[in-house]
Write a protein that binds this ligand. Structure first.
Ligand SMILES: NC(=O)c1ccc[n+]([C@@H]2O[C@H](COP(=O)([O-])OP(=O)(O)OC[C@H]3O[C@@H](n4cnc5c(N)ncnc54)[C@H](O)[C@@H]3O)[C@@H](O)[C@H]2O)c1
Ligand SMILES: [Zn+2]
Ligand SMILES: [Zn+2]
Length: 347
Protein backbone atom coordinates (compact mmCIF):
# COMPACT_ATOMS: atom_id res chain seq x y z
CA UNK A 1 0.00 0.00 0.00
CA UNK A 2 0.99 3.68 -0.03
CA UNK A 3 1.24 5.95 3.02
CA UNK A 4 2.65 9.34 3.95
CA UNK A 5 5.84 8.85 5.96
CA UNK A 6 7.56 11.56 8.05
CA UNK A 7 11.32 11.06 8.00
CA UNK A 8 12.53 14.33 9.55
CA UNK A 9 11.53 17.89 10.45
CA UNK A 10 9.03 19.11 7.80
CA UNK A 11 10.00 16.16 5.58
CA UNK A 12 7.28 13.77 4.41
CA UNK A 13 6.81 11.57 1.35
CA UNK A 14 4.14 9.29 -0.10
CA UNK A 15 5.91 5.90 0.02
CA UNK A 16 5.19 2.22 -0.56
CA UNK A 17 4.81 0.24 2.68
CA UNK A 18 3.68 -3.27 3.66
CA UNK A 19 -0.10 -3.62 4.17
CA UNK A 20 -0.96 -3.67 7.90
CA UNK A 21 -2.06 -7.05 9.27
CA UNK A 22 -4.20 -8.16 12.20
CA UNK A 23 -1.80 -8.26 15.17
CA UNK A 24 -4.27 -8.83 17.99
CA UNK A 25 -7.74 -10.43 17.98
CA UNK A 26 -9.37 -7.06 18.79
CA UNK A 27 -7.89 -5.38 15.67
CA UNK A 28 -9.71 -4.27 12.53
CA UNK A 29 -7.99 -3.38 9.25
CA UNK A 30 -9.70 -0.37 7.64
CA UNK A 31 -9.45 0.33 3.91
CA UNK A 32 -9.30 4.13 3.92
CA UNK A 33 -11.68 5.96 1.59
CA UNK A 34 -11.09 9.52 2.78
CA UNK A 35 -8.53 11.31 4.92
CA UNK A 36 -7.66 14.92 5.70
CA UNK A 37 -4.98 17.17 7.13
CA UNK A 38 -5.23 18.68 10.63
CA UNK A 39 -3.63 21.58 12.52
CA UNK A 40 -2.10 18.88 14.72
CA UNK A 41 -0.30 17.40 11.65
CA UNK A 42 1.24 20.85 11.20
CA UNK A 43 2.39 20.80 14.86
CA UNK A 44 3.91 17.32 14.38
CA UNK A 45 5.77 18.28 11.19
CA UNK A 46 7.11 21.43 12.86
CA UNK A 47 8.53 19.35 15.73
CA UNK A 48 6.22 20.76 18.42
CA UNK A 49 5.11 17.32 19.66
CA UNK A 50 8.54 15.86 20.48
CA UNK A 51 8.13 12.46 18.87
CA UNK A 52 11.15 10.72 17.25
CA UNK A 53 11.22 11.13 13.43
CA UNK A 54 10.32 8.12 11.30
CA UNK A 55 6.57 7.36 11.37
CA UNK A 56 3.44 7.38 9.18
CA UNK A 57 1.28 10.54 9.38
CA UNK A 58 -2.49 11.16 9.68
CA UNK A 59 -5.10 10.70 12.42
CA UNK A 60 -8.41 11.70 10.75
CA UNK A 61 -9.76 9.02 8.40
CA UNK A 62 -12.88 7.13 7.37
CA UNK A 63 -13.09 3.91 5.42
CA UNK A 64 -14.55 0.47 5.03
CA UNK A 65 -13.79 -2.52 7.24
CA UNK A 66 -11.43 -4.79 5.30
CA UNK A 67 -10.56 -7.50 7.84
CA UNK A 68 -11.61 -8.22 11.43
CA UNK A 69 -9.72 -10.00 14.23
CA UNK A 70 -11.18 -13.11 15.83
CA UNK A 71 -12.44 -11.26 18.93
CA UNK A 72 -14.20 -8.42 17.07
CA UNK A 73 -17.98 -8.69 17.40
CA UNK A 74 -19.33 -5.24 16.41
CA UNK A 75 -17.92 -5.00 12.86
CA UNK A 76 -17.87 -7.03 9.65
CA UNK A 77 -16.05 -6.52 6.35
CA UNK A 78 -17.81 -3.85 4.27
CA UNK A 79 -19.02 -1.70 7.21
CA UNK A 80 -18.43 2.05 6.73
CA UNK A 81 -16.51 3.32 9.74
CA UNK A 82 -14.82 6.37 11.22
CA UNK A 83 -11.84 6.00 13.56
CA UNK A 84 -11.07 8.23 16.53
CA UNK A 85 -7.86 10.29 16.29
CA UNK A 86 -6.80 8.62 19.54
CA UNK A 87 -7.98 5.00 20.07
CA UNK A 88 -8.53 3.57 23.54
CA UNK A 89 -8.59 0.01 24.88
CA UNK A 90 -11.75 0.22 27.01
CA UNK A 91 -10.39 -2.08 29.73
CA UNK A 92 -7.36 -0.44 31.45
CA UNK A 93 -7.92 1.36 34.80
CA UNK A 94 -8.06 4.81 33.10
CA UNK A 95 -10.63 3.62 30.52
CA UNK A 96 -12.70 1.97 33.26
CA UNK A 97 -12.77 5.34 35.08
CA UNK A 98 -14.09 6.87 31.83
CA UNK A 99 -10.79 8.70 31.20
CA UNK A 100 -10.29 7.31 27.70
CA UNK A 101 -8.08 10.27 26.73
CA UNK A 102 -5.50 8.89 29.16
CA UNK A 103 -5.86 5.23 28.12
CA UNK A 104 -2.74 3.48 29.42
CA UNK A 105 -2.32 1.52 26.16
CA UNK A 106 -3.66 4.12 23.73
CA UNK A 107 -2.00 6.77 21.60
CA UNK A 108 -2.69 8.99 18.59
CA UNK A 109 -2.71 7.64 15.03
CA UNK A 110 0.09 8.95 12.85
CA UNK A 111 2.03 10.67 15.61
CA UNK A 112 5.04 8.43 16.15
CA UNK A 113 6.58 6.47 19.00
CA UNK A 114 5.82 9.10 21.67
CA UNK A 115 2.10 8.56 20.96
CA UNK A 116 1.86 4.79 20.79
CA UNK A 117 3.61 4.11 17.47
CA UNK A 118 0.26 3.55 15.69
CA UNK A 119 -0.41 3.53 11.94
CA UNK A 120 -1.19 6.73 10.04
CA UNK A 121 -4.46 7.71 8.37
CA UNK A 122 -2.78 9.22 5.28
CA UNK A 123 -2.63 5.67 3.92
CA UNK A 124 -4.59 3.12 1.92
CA UNK A 125 -4.99 0.77 4.93
CA UNK A 126 -4.76 1.28 8.71
CA UNK A 127 -4.81 -1.19 11.61
CA UNK A 128 -7.27 0.02 14.26
CA UNK A 129 -6.69 -1.57 17.70
CA UNK A 130 -9.56 -2.30 20.15
CA UNK A 131 -12.08 -1.75 17.36
CA UNK A 132 -15.12 -2.79 19.41
CA UNK A 133 -14.27 -0.05 21.96
CA UNK A 134 -13.36 2.86 19.77
CA UNK A 135 -14.42 2.48 16.12
CA UNK A 136 -17.77 4.00 15.03
CA UNK A 137 -20.12 2.75 12.31
CA UNK A 138 -21.25 5.54 9.94
CA UNK A 139 -25.05 5.79 9.55
CA UNK A 140 -26.26 5.52 5.91
CA UNK A 141 -27.40 9.14 5.72
CA UNK A 142 -24.02 10.53 6.80
CA UNK A 143 -21.44 11.32 4.08
CA UNK A 144 -17.74 10.47 4.34
CA UNK A 145 -16.93 14.20 4.62
CA UNK A 146 -19.36 14.66 7.50
CA UNK A 147 -18.14 11.52 9.30
CA UNK A 148 -14.52 12.53 8.82
CA UNK A 149 -15.02 15.48 11.20
CA UNK A 150 -16.29 13.27 14.00
CA UNK A 151 -12.97 11.50 14.68
CA UNK A 152 -11.37 14.76 15.84
CA UNK A 153 -12.37 18.32 14.89
CA UNK A 154 -16.15 18.25 15.37
CA UNK A 155 -15.83 16.35 18.63
CA UNK A 156 -13.12 18.72 19.85
CA UNK A 157 -15.03 21.89 18.92
CA UNK A 158 -18.18 20.50 20.53
CA UNK A 159 -16.31 19.43 23.69
CA UNK A 160 -14.96 22.96 24.03
CA UNK A 161 -18.43 24.49 23.68
CA UNK A 162 -19.87 22.00 26.18
CA UNK A 163 -17.24 23.06 28.71
CA UNK A 164 -17.57 26.80 28.08
CA UNK A 165 -21.34 27.29 27.79
CA UNK A 166 -23.06 26.63 31.11
CA UNK A 167 -26.61 27.74 30.26
CA UNK A 168 -28.67 29.03 27.32
CA UNK A 169 -28.65 32.74 26.50
CA UNK A 170 -24.89 33.28 26.80
CA UNK A 171 -22.52 35.05 24.42
CA UNK A 172 -19.81 32.69 23.12
CA UNK A 173 -16.57 34.05 21.69
CA UNK A 174 -14.38 31.69 19.61
CA UNK A 175 -10.73 32.59 19.05
CA UNK A 176 -9.36 31.00 15.86
CA UNK A 177 -11.85 29.72 13.28
CA UNK A 178 -9.70 27.13 11.61
CA UNK A 179 -11.44 23.73 11.33
CA UNK A 180 -11.63 23.20 15.12
CA UNK A 181 -12.92 26.71 15.88
CA UNK A 182 -15.44 26.45 13.03
CA UNK A 183 -16.74 23.26 14.64
CA UNK A 184 -17.11 25.12 17.94
CA UNK A 185 -19.08 27.87 16.16
CA UNK A 186 -21.26 25.26 14.44
CA UNK A 187 -22.06 23.22 17.57
CA UNK A 188 -22.88 26.33 19.64
CA UNK A 189 -26.43 26.10 18.20
CA UNK A 190 -26.94 22.95 20.31
CA UNK A 191 -26.49 24.99 23.49
CA UNK A 192 -28.94 27.84 22.90
CA UNK A 193 -26.32 30.58 22.88
CA UNK A 194 -27.68 34.10 22.36
CA UNK A 195 -24.79 35.18 20.18
CA UNK A 196 -21.56 33.77 18.70
CA UNK A 197 -18.55 36.02 18.01
CA UNK A 198 -15.75 34.55 15.85
CA UNK A 199 -12.23 36.02 15.88
CA UNK A 200 -9.63 35.25 13.20
CA UNK A 201 -7.20 37.09 10.95
CA UNK A 202 -8.30 35.25 7.76
CA UNK A 203 -11.29 36.78 5.95
CA UNK A 204 -12.48 33.57 4.20
CA UNK A 205 -12.50 31.73 7.52
CA UNK A 206 -14.57 34.49 9.10
CA UNK A 207 -17.01 34.24 6.17
CA UNK A 208 -17.28 30.47 6.68
CA UNK A 209 -17.82 31.06 10.41
CA UNK A 210 -20.82 33.24 9.50
CA UNK A 211 -22.19 30.49 7.25
CA UNK A 212 -21.81 27.95 10.06
CA UNK A 213 -23.54 30.07 12.71
CA UNK A 214 -21.45 33.07 13.85
CA UNK A 215 -23.49 36.24 14.45
CA UNK A 216 -20.48 38.59 14.52
CA UNK A 217 -16.90 38.34 13.30
CA UNK A 218 -13.81 40.28 14.36
CA UNK A 219 -10.49 40.44 12.49
CA UNK A 220 -7.80 41.50 15.00
CA UNK A 221 -5.65 42.87 12.18
CA UNK A 222 -8.38 45.41 11.38
CA UNK A 223 -10.21 45.95 14.68
CA UNK A 224 -9.23 46.14 18.35
CA UNK A 225 -10.74 42.90 19.74
CA UNK A 226 -11.40 43.96 23.34
CA UNK A 227 -13.16 47.18 22.29
CA UNK A 228 -15.20 45.35 19.63
CA UNK A 229 -16.34 42.68 22.13
CA UNK A 230 -17.24 45.34 24.69
CA UNK A 231 -19.39 47.08 22.10
CA UNK A 232 -21.12 43.85 21.04
CA UNK A 233 -21.84 42.79 24.64
CA UNK A 234 -22.92 46.12 26.14
CA UNK A 235 -19.65 46.27 28.10
CA UNK A 236 -20.17 42.91 29.87
CA UNK A 237 -17.76 40.75 27.87
CA UNK A 238 -18.32 37.17 26.69
CA UNK A 239 -19.64 34.67 29.25
CA UNK A 240 -18.15 31.75 27.32
CA UNK A 241 -14.83 31.70 25.45
CA UNK A 242 -13.31 28.93 23.29
CA UNK A 243 -9.67 29.19 22.21
CA UNK A 244 -8.96 27.07 19.11
CA UNK A 245 -5.93 29.11 18.05
CA UNK A 246 -3.67 28.51 21.05
CA UNK A 247 -1.26 31.39 20.44
CA UNK A 248 0.06 34.00 22.88
CA UNK A 249 -2.05 36.77 21.34
CA UNK A 250 -5.33 34.93 21.97
CA UNK A 251 -4.33 33.68 25.44
CA UNK A 252 -3.45 37.27 26.41
CA UNK A 253 -6.90 38.39 25.22
CA UNK A 254 -8.91 35.82 27.25
CA UNK A 255 -9.34 37.84 30.42
CA UNK A 256 -9.91 41.25 28.78
CA UNK A 257 -12.75 39.89 26.58
CA UNK A 258 -14.31 37.67 29.28
CA UNK A 259 -17.27 38.62 31.46
CA UNK A 260 -17.09 38.27 35.24
CA UNK A 261 -17.63 34.57 36.03
CA UNK A 262 -16.88 33.51 32.43
CA UNK A 263 -15.78 30.00 31.47
CA UNK A 264 -12.91 29.55 29.06
CA UNK A 265 -12.28 26.29 27.17
CA UNK A 266 -8.81 25.95 25.66
CA UNK A 267 -8.38 23.31 22.94
CA UNK A 268 -5.74 24.96 20.72
CA UNK A 269 -2.34 23.38 21.31
CA UNK A 270 0.31 26.05 21.96
CA UNK A 271 3.51 25.43 19.99
CA UNK A 272 5.52 26.68 23.00
CA UNK A 273 4.73 27.67 26.60
CA UNK A 274 2.44 30.72 26.82
CA UNK A 275 2.06 33.34 29.56
CA UNK A 276 -1.27 33.73 31.33
CA UNK A 277 -2.34 36.50 33.73
CA UNK A 278 -3.89 34.27 36.40
CA UNK A 279 -4.24 37.12 38.89
CA UNK A 280 -6.51 39.05 36.53
CA UNK A 281 -8.49 35.85 35.83
CA UNK A 282 -8.87 35.13 39.55
CA UNK A 283 -10.15 38.64 40.20
CA UNK A 284 -12.89 38.07 37.59
CA UNK A 285 -13.86 34.59 38.89
CA UNK A 286 -12.97 33.03 35.55
CA UNK A 287 -12.97 29.23 35.19
CA UNK A 288 -10.47 27.67 32.77
CA UNK A 289 -10.97 24.23 31.20
CA UNK A 290 -8.38 22.62 28.93
CA UNK A 291 -8.33 19.22 27.30
CA UNK A 292 -8.75 16.86 24.40
CA UNK A 293 -11.95 16.23 22.47
CA UNK A 294 -14.32 13.75 24.14
CA UNK A 295 -13.97 11.02 21.50
CA UNK A 296 -16.18 8.69 23.55
CA UNK A 297 -19.09 10.78 22.15
CA UNK A 298 -18.42 10.19 18.44
CA UNK A 299 -21.67 8.24 18.03
CA UNK A 300 -23.63 11.13 19.59
CA UNK A 301 -22.24 13.50 16.96
CA UNK A 302 -22.89 11.06 14.11
CA UNK A 303 -26.52 10.90 15.29
CA UNK A 304 -26.77 14.71 15.36
CA UNK A 305 -25.46 14.85 11.78
CA UNK A 306 -27.83 12.07 10.69
CA UNK A 307 -30.81 13.95 12.15
CA UNK A 308 -29.83 17.13 10.27
CA UNK A 309 -28.96 19.18 13.37
CA UNK A 310 -25.31 19.53 12.31
CA UNK A 311 -23.59 19.66 8.92
CA UNK A 312 -19.88 20.42 9.22
CA UNK A 313 -19.09 19.45 5.60
CA UNK A 314 -18.61 23.08 4.33
CA UNK A 315 -15.32 23.10 6.28
CA UNK A 316 -13.86 21.00 3.43
CA UNK A 317 -13.09 23.67 0.88
CA UNK A 318 -11.51 21.38 -1.73
CA UNK A 319 -11.29 17.72 -2.76
CA UNK A 320 -7.96 16.25 -3.88
CA UNK A 321 -6.90 12.77 -5.02
CA UNK A 322 -4.56 10.70 -2.82
CA UNK A 323 -1.80 11.07 -5.45
CA UNK A 324 -1.69 14.79 -4.54
CA UNK A 325 -1.64 14.40 -0.75
CA UNK A 326 1.92 15.66 -0.30
CA UNK A 327 0.88 18.87 -2.05
CA UNK A 328 -2.32 19.10 0.03
CA UNK A 329 -0.32 18.80 3.28
CA UNK A 330 2.09 21.51 2.11
CA UNK A 331 -0.75 23.85 1.15
CA UNK A 332 -2.50 23.30 4.51
CA UNK A 333 0.68 23.86 6.53
CA UNK A 334 1.55 26.99 4.51
CA UNK A 335 -2.05 28.28 4.71
CA UNK A 336 -2.82 28.49 0.99
CA UNK A 337 -5.24 31.34 0.35
CA UNK A 338 -8.84 30.09 0.55
CA UNK A 339 -8.00 26.60 1.84
CA UNK A 340 -9.57 25.62 5.18
CA UNK A 341 -9.38 21.82 5.09
CA UNK A 342 -8.82 19.42 2.16
CA UNK A 343 -10.87 16.28 1.62
CA UNK A 344 -8.37 13.70 0.36
CA UNK A 345 -9.98 10.85 -1.60
CA UNK A 346 -7.97 7.69 -1.13
CA UNK A 347 -10.21 5.08 -2.76
N1 LIG B 1 -7.57 19.60 22.10
C1 LIG B 1 -7.74 18.73 21.12
O1 LIG B 1 -8.25 17.60 21.33
C2 LIG B 1 -7.38 19.13 19.72
C3 LIG B 1 -7.86 18.38 18.64
C4 LIG B 1 -7.58 18.82 17.33
C5 LIG B 1 -6.81 19.95 17.14
N2 LIG B 1 -6.32 20.63 18.22
C6 LIG B 1 -5.54 21.88 18.06
O2 LIG B 1 -6.46 22.94 17.81
C7 LIG B 1 -5.80 23.99 17.11
C8 LIG B 1 -6.62 24.38 15.88
O3 LIG B 1 -6.61 23.32 14.93
P1 LIG B 1 -7.09 23.61 13.44
O4 LIG B 1 -7.00 22.34 12.68
O5 LIG B 1 -8.37 24.36 13.47
O6 LIG B 1 -5.83 24.53 12.98
P2 LIG B 1 -5.65 25.90 12.23
O7 LIG B 1 -4.20 26.21 12.41
O8 LIG B 1 -6.20 25.81 10.86
O9 LIG B 1 -6.54 26.94 13.05
C9 LIG B 1 -6.02 27.93 13.88
C10 LIG B 1 -6.74 29.25 13.53
O10 LIG B 1 -6.32 30.26 14.44
C11 LIG B 1 -6.19 31.46 13.72
N3 LIG B 1 -5.33 32.40 14.46
C12 LIG B 1 -3.98 32.40 14.56
N4 LIG B 1 -3.57 33.46 15.28
C13 LIG B 1 -4.69 34.12 15.65
C14 LIG B 1 -4.93 35.30 16.42
N5 LIG B 1 -3.93 36.00 16.96
N6 LIG B 1 -6.22 35.70 16.61
C15 LIG B 1 -7.24 34.98 16.07
N7 LIG B 1 -7.07 33.87 15.34
C16 LIG B 1 -5.81 33.45 15.13
C17 LIG B 1 -5.61 31.03 12.38
O11 LIG B 1 -5.80 32.02 11.37
C18 LIG B 1 -6.39 29.76 12.12
O12 LIG B 1 -7.57 30.01 11.37
C19 LIG B 1 -4.41 23.43 16.76
O13 LIG B 1 -3.48 23.92 17.74
C20 LIG B 1 -4.59 21.94 16.89
O14 LIG B 1 -3.38 21.27 17.16
C21 LIG B 1 -6.61 20.26 19.49
ZN1 LIG C 1 -6.79 16.34 14.04
ZN1 LIG D 1 -7.44 1.95 28.08
Amino acid sequence: MRQVYVSDLNTYTLVDAPDPVIERPSDVIVKVTTTTVCGSDAHILAGHMHTPWGFPLGHEFVGVVHQVGAAVSNFSPGDRVVAPAAPWCGTCPACRRGQIQRCERGGIFGSGAAYGGLGGGHAEYVRVPWADSCLSRIPDGVSDAQALTVGDILTTGWTAVRNAVTAPGKTLLVFGVGPVGLCAVHTARLYGVASVIAVDTVTERLNLAKALGADHVIDPSRQEVVAAVAELTGGRGAEAVVDAAGVQATVSAWEPVAAIGARIAMVGIPAAPVELNLTAMLEKNITLWTGLGDLGQMNTLLALIESGKLDPSPIFTETVPFDNIENAIGEFVNRKHGLVKPLVQVS
